[in-house]
Write a protein that binds this ligand. Sequence first.
Ligand SMILES: Nc1ncnc2c1ncn2[C@@H]1O[C@H](COP(=O)(O)OP(=O)(O)OP(=O)(O)O)[C@@H](O)[C@H]1O
Ligand SMILES: [Mg+2]
Length: 311
Amino acid sequence: MIETRDLTKMYGDLYALDRLTLRLEKGDVYGFIGPNGAGKTTTMRILATLLNPTWGEATVCGYSIYNGSKDIRRVMGYMPDFFGVYDDMKVTEYLEFFAAAYRIKGAERRKKCEQVLELVDLSYKRDALVTSLSRGMTQRLGLARVLLHEPQVLLLDEPASGLDPRARIEMYELLKELRNMGKTILVSSHILPELAKVCNKIGIIERGKLLFDGDVESAKRQILQRTILKVMVGDGRNLEAKQHLEAHSTVEKIEHNAEDDVLLVTLRDGNHDGSFVADTLVQKGFRLKMLREEEVNLEDVFMGITKGITN
Ligand SMILES: Nc1ncnc2c1ncn2[C@@H]1O[C@H](COP(=O)(O)OP(=O)(O)OP(=O)(O)O)[C@@H](O)[C@H]1O
Ligand SMILES: [Mg+2]
C-alpha cells in the first residue's frame, strides 16, 4: 500500500532523508519512530505529494508520487503535525468546508460529517466553535477531517503530541478502531510505549536513516538477548542476597537500585531461566518478596537500537 525505494531528500548538503526504503502492506499499522529532526515529517510530506524528493521512488496504492498525485490524494488522508483551524467556524461548518473540497455533496455531505464526528467522539461538540476546542479535541477534529473521503491509507504525523495522558490513550484507541476498519496507517511519534499496542510494525529513523525496520516482536527480541530479573528480599537483606547470587555462573552482573531497593540481575547471554534465583535465595533462608522478569518496552528497544548503531 505504501512503498518507498531509496527515498532521499537533501536540503543543501544535509540529508533529511537518506535512502529510505519502506514497505507497508494492506492493514499494516506502522509506527514511525525517531527523535526531532529524524526525517519523519519529510517522509510524510513526500508521500502526501506535498514535497518532492531529491531522488528515489515512492508509491501509495500503486500510484507514483511523481505522476499519480491526484490519485494518491484521493486514496490517502494526511494529518500534519500542525494544522490551521479557522476562526469563527463551528465544528460542523469546518468539516462541511473540507467535505465540499472533497466534492462530497448535499445530504451525503451532512451524513459523512456526522459519521466522522461520531467516530472521533465529538458529536456533542458539533455546534462549538473550533477555536474553543481543547488540544485533544482539535487533534480528533483534525483526524475527522482526513477521514471524510474514506481514505484507505492514513499518514498521521504525531497525532498524540501535546496531549495529556488520557487524551493520548484516547487517540491510540481511535487508531485501533481505524486499524480494525482495515486502514493502512503510517503513524509517527517520539513517544514509544503506546505505539507498541497499536502497531504491528515499527521503523526507527534517525538523521534520515532507517535504523530498524520490522515487526514489533522482533524489535523486542533484538534487545532481549539478555534477560534482566528484578529481585527483592525481605528484612533489608538485599545486599547480602546480591553477594550470594553473584557467585552463580549464570549471573553476568547485579545492580542494586537504591531508590526502589531492588536488585537488577542480568543473566548471561542466552540464559532466560531465572528459577535458580528463587532456589538459591530460599535455600539460604532469605524471604523472597519479588522475582520477575523486567519488561522490555519500546522505549528500551528504541534506546538500544539507536545507541547500538550510532555509537
Ligand atoms: N524546509 C527545510 N529547509 C531546510 N532544512 C529542512 C527543511 N525542512 C526540514 N529540514 C531538515 O530536515 C531534517 C528532517 O526534518 P523533519 O521535519 O522531517 O524531522 P522530524 O522527524 O519530523 O522531526 P520532529 O520530530 O521534530 O517533527 C531536519 O534536520 C530539518 O532541520
Ligand atoms: Mg516532524
